[in-house]
Structure formats: C-alpha cells, structure tokens
Design a protein around this ligand. Structure first.
Ligand code: 8YV
Length: 327
C-alpha cells in the first residue's frame, strides 16, 4: 500500500477510508503541525493531506517520493504551481462541496454589517438597552439593494442566488470571463470593476488569490465605492490592500465592512480593523460547519487515494491538469 501522511485532524470515517487503500501516519499534536515538524514527516510519503501549508521547492526537496498533495480547501494559493509542475506533483482541491456553506456565511456577514448585529449584541449584553430613542441603533436595508459580486465562480453564483431570490437584490458581477449562462438564469448583469464599485450598495469579493488578484481592492477601488456602501470579503485577505481598507473606513469613504479573512491570519490583536465597531470580523470560518468540513475532508481523502493508487483522478487544480499523463 502507498504511504501517505495526514497533516490535519480528520474525522474517523475519513481516516478509515484512507486506511483501506494506504499506509498512513498522522499528526497527533493538539497544536497545528509546524512547517519544520511537517518537513520531518514527509521523506517517504507518496501522498499528503493538508490544508493550506506552503508547497514550494524547499518543501518538495524534503519529499522525494511525493506524487500527490491533497488540499482540504478549495483555495490552493499555498501551491507553488511552478515548483509542483517541475516535479510532476499532482495537486488537488475540494471544489463544489462548500459553495452553499460559504454563500450562507457571505449573506450572514452582509446582514451583520448592515444591521450592526455584533454592536447590538454587545449593547444588550452590556445592559445598555435603554428606553430612549432607538435611532442610534438603526442600520441599513439589505433587501432590494444592489449587490456587486467580484468573482463569479461556483460560490459567487450561490451568493447571487441568495441575493437575487432571497433578498430581491439587483446583482452585478465582475469576472475574468463573462458568463452568459449566469446572466440568463440569475438575471445578473456583467459589469466592469469600476462600474460595479460605483453602483453597488454591497461589494463582495469572492475571487481566488493569485498574483493577478493581489490587492485587487486598493485605495483607488475603495474611493470609487459609495459612502453608504458595505464591503465584504470572504475570499483571501491578500486580495485586499488592508491599509487602504483601514483608511477608507477611517475617512468614511465607505460605511462598513464584513471580513472573514485578513492579510495576516490569525489577525494581530493590534490590527486597527478590530477596534472599529462598523467592521464585523470572523476567524476565516466560511466553510466551517460540521457537515461541510466533513465533506471537504472526505473529498480530499478520495482525491489523495485516487492519485496514489493510480485510479481516475478528479479535482486536480486546473494549472496542474496536464500532469496526470506524466505519472
Ligand atoms: C479552508 C478555505 O479550507 O476552502 C478554502 O479555500 O478558505 C477554507 O475552507 C479553511 O481555511 C480550512 O482551515
């Protein structure tokens, strides 16, 4: 049986599945495995199950027998694609199984920021629910507003459905590729980035992190947004120039933000965003429900087993697809 290493805790059923096809070792520590600990574990591994650990030249030099790296996540910005290509290492991800869950969270962030839920929760718990005018507690509506989605992949579509049919929103989208099928079925409107930023009441970022999307939202982009608009990020922190976001919020160029991701994670305690009552912050939990994380781990396990046992492989990341035939 091929040898694999499981670097993240996975449900017992997932481990049992892997054990049918592979010999495996796993990380047992209560703390997440560090890079140097992981480098010590991979000298004879043919496959690896990870979430987000950087796979680069140095890493691969420590893993001469490696064939497959299976990410328990849809994002794969941790893959150095060139380094993997050079060595014909197949990388897989978990598309599809988390779309609805991440879309739910995106709507939760929109609603939380618009109706100021964390502020209101704190007010009640602090015993400050007075009987004076409640105007200071007013928020803004979500229903019927314009939602601009930057990145119309699978998750973007699930968010568009919620906005359109759940909240009667007008949905604009910007994407690398225009998607006429989404325009027809969801009556969304393709828009240039600038137009979307100018027109939207909610600007939601749902793009993969690549060299092209680094700091996609910067000073200029925030300046185009309405002063009454709310910015939501459920993608990757590095797609936003966080300094520019902080400035835009400080200068009241935008109303509020809802963030599941940050440039540096875990976010530092002294990050100015944490002190802003109009910023809703979450610890990167877009896909974090019991069911979805189970489904992601099982799919990642199936991807891994398929590569190391030479079965038909699905979910190879697009940039590494041609490599299948080389193995
Ligand atoms: C990660 C994610 O899996 O799938 C992604 O791209 O961002 C998440 O679902 C999560 O960070 C795991 O810790």
């Amino acid at each position: 049986k091929p040898k694999v290493y499981i670097a993240r805790p996975v449900p017992a059923e997932v481990e049992a599945f892997i054990s049918k096809y592979c010999q495996y070792e796993k990380w047992n520590g209560p703390e997440p495995i560090t890079r140097s600990q992981l480098l010590k574990q991979i000298s004879d591994a043919e496959g690896l199950l990870i979430t987000g650990e950087k796979i680069d030249d140095e890493f691969l030099d420590h893993a001469p027998r490696l064939k497959a790296v299976s990410n328990i996540s849809v994002g794969y910005n941790n893959f150095d694609l060139e380094a993997m290509k050079k060595r014909s290492i197949i990388g897989t991800n978990t598309p599809g199984v988390l779309d609805e869950t991440v879309a739910d969270l995106a709507l939760a962030l929109m609603l939380s920021a618009a109706r100021r839920l964390p502020e209101m929760d704190k007010l009640v718990k602090d015993g400050k629910w007075g009987n004076k005018s409640d105007e200071p507690l007013f928020g803004v509506d979500v229903h019927g507003k314009t939602l601009g989605i930057i990145g119309m992949g699978r998750i973007g579509e699930s968010i568009a459905i919620r906005g359109k049919f759940g909240f009667n929103m007008e949905v604009l989208y910007h994407n690398r590729r225009r998607k006429s099928e989404v325009e027809e079925t969801l009556s969304t409107t393709y828009s240039s980035l600038d137009h979307l930023l100018r027109e939207s009441d909610f600007v939601l970022l749902m793009v993969p992190y690549t060299p092209e999307t680094r700091h996609l939202m910067g000073r200029e982009q925030f300046a185009l947004m309405k002063k009454s608009a709310i910015f939501i990020n459920t993608s990757r922190g590095q797609t936003v120039d966080e300094k520019a976001l902080i400035e835009a919020l400080r200068n009241k160029e935008i109303l509020a933000a809802g963030l599941d991701v940050f440039e540096k994670e875990p976010v530092s305690h002294d990050n100015p965003l944490l002190a802003m009552p109009n910023v809703v912050t979450l610890p990167h939990i877009g896909s974090a429900t019991h069911q979805t994380r189970f489904d992601m781990a099982m799919l990642a396990a199936k991807n891994l087993v398929a590569v190391v046992t030479g079965r038909e492989i699905s979910n190879v990341v697009p940039e590494l697809k041609g490599l299948q035939s080389l193995k």
